[in-house]
Design a protein around this ligand. Structure first.
Ligand code: LLP
Length: 431
């Protein structure tokens, strides 16, 4: 209530203690299972410099997928050597930026990238350490838009048809690249740790073949992230201990079978670290009852700050946040966003007490892939973000202004308008 009054809504509220404890418990679980593990946070889930600083203190590295993410990581103080550069179409400029910054490892995804990386390496006179991104053909049984390692995927070198073997040969023959290991992230929202075990079995078998043919032994194995997290805050998340044990089992089995020394295991959780660390606050606006069908309650945010329900059918939950509804009758309502799209529904069939305009709703588990995928659809400013720690809240991202919305626009005849979200005044100010 106080936060909403002070910072406005929609508001993303991150809790420092939750963020730290998630990172710590994942790290501890993996170190218990396999003591040569490094946790590399997948920045695509949400890369805020203020939050990343906390994760650096919790000894996380950073998985980056663009020049922008490398930049944000550097701003957050991530040592470049702790970054891994992913992506299925890295540009030459981005590869140059990564190498110039000193990014530790590049996950090579395709043949063009090998060519580009060799050129960049020659230009900069630096040897570049790479892992090969493999497509092991493992179906992760998740939403089709979150699959990355099934046969039909744009990511990685397919193992089964020899493409991965040819790529390994190219890298091994290269004078400027050094093959240090293998990567395969097969998808997100995986709830069965046996899939990661299967993925690592495939990686290790491939590593065995490469060793026999080319002599390269794996120093690093990266089965990605993908830890299933229940969007509905039910706690039905995949067990990190089981995941860590399955991972360790598969690596140790592979080491025995192929005679490898224990490689470093890198895991790249995004959602599992950051999703539970945030709650979104929305203010209730219009109500509309369609007799015999449903009651819509519209809030002041929606698909532009959280596209996951519209894109993946993600099912979040919601609670009344500004008063105690103790004893009040609960009624079924559908929480709609404010955007000009019928598909802009945040939560179908929530049970809530009778709501008035001005009430506040809280949607938990919104730390991952919400703000990271936010847009300015309908020219709406993106929300403010605060970080709460020991009862204090600090602003870590300000709400965008109307000027921010047009920052990149060029219009020589632009009228000189001053207008801010929520302000009634209009005066003179230039773009
Ligand atoms: N490593 C790599 C190479 C990845 O591509 C990803 C996610 C991760 C790690 C982290 O996965 P996580 O632990 O967060 O599941 N926008 C979708 C998720 C896309 C994930 C893309 N890659 C969503 O909102 O669910």
């Amino acid at each position: 209530m106080t936060l909403a009054r002070e910072f406005g809504t929609p508001l993303y509220v991150f809790d420092e203690e939750t963020l730290r404890s998630r990172a710590r418990s994942i790290r501890d679980a993996f170190l218990r299972a396999y003591d040569r593990t490094r946790i590399v946070y997948a920045g695509k889930a949400y890369l805020s410099p203020a939050l990343m600083r906390i994760l650096v203190e919790e000894r996380c590295g950073l998985d980056v997928v663009s020049g922008g993410e490398i930049y944000a990581g550097l701003v957050a103080g991530v040592p470049p050597s702790d970054m891994i550069f992913h992506g299925n179409n890295k540009s030459r400029a981005e590869l140059q930026e990564a190498v110039a910054a000193g990014v530790g490892l590049v996950a090579v995804d395709n043949d063009l990238e090998i060519t580009l990386l060799e050129a960049v390496s020659r230009e900069s006179d630096r040897e570049i350490e790479v892992v090969l991104r493999l497509n092991p053909g493992v179906d992760p049984h998740t939403h089709h838009k979150m699959r990355t390692g099934a046969v039909d995927s744009k990511f990685g070198f397919p193992i089964w048809d020899g493409q991965a073997a040819s790529a390994a040969a190219r890298v091994c023959e290269s004078e400027s690249l050094r093959l240090v290991g293998y990567h395969a992230h097969v998808g997100s929202q995986i709830f069965d740790p046996l899939l990661v075990e299967q993925t690592i079995d495939e990686i290790m078998a491939f590593a065995g073949e490469v060793r026999d043919r080319l002599g390269a032994t794996p120093e690093v194995i990266i089965p990605g992230g993908g830890f299933g997290v229940a969007d509905d805050a039910s706690g039905g998340d995949v067990s990190i201990d089981e995941w860590a044990n399955a991972t360790a089992r598969a690596i140790e089995r592979g080491c025995l079978r192929y005679g490898f020394h224990s490689p470093v295991l890198v895991v790249e959780p995004g959602r599992a670290i950051i999703a539970p660390a945030a709650v979104t606050l929305y203010e209730v606006g219009a109500r509309k009852t369609i007799a015999g069908v449903r009651t819509y309650i519209s809030v002041d945010g929606g698909m532009a700050d959280n596209i996951r329900p519209a894109l993946y059918g993600a099912q979040y939950t919601v609670a009344l946040a500004n008063r105690d509804p103790e004893g009040e009758q609960l009624l079924p309502v559908t929480i709609a966003g404010k955007y000009c799209e019928s598909g802009d529904i945040l939560i179908q069939d929530a049970m809530l007490p009778a709501l008035d305009a001005g009430d506040l709703l809280a949607v938990p588990m919104t730390g991952a892939y919400c703000l990271a995928m936010a847009s300015n659809y309908n020219l709406t400013p993106r929300p403010a973000v605060v970080l709460v720690h020991e009862g204090r809240a600090i602003l870590i991202r300000q709400r965008e202004s109307y000027q921010d919305l047009l920052r990149g626009d060029i219009c020589t005849e632009a009228a000189d308008i001053s207008m801010d979200p929520g302000s009634l005044s209009a005066g003179k100010r230039s773009l």
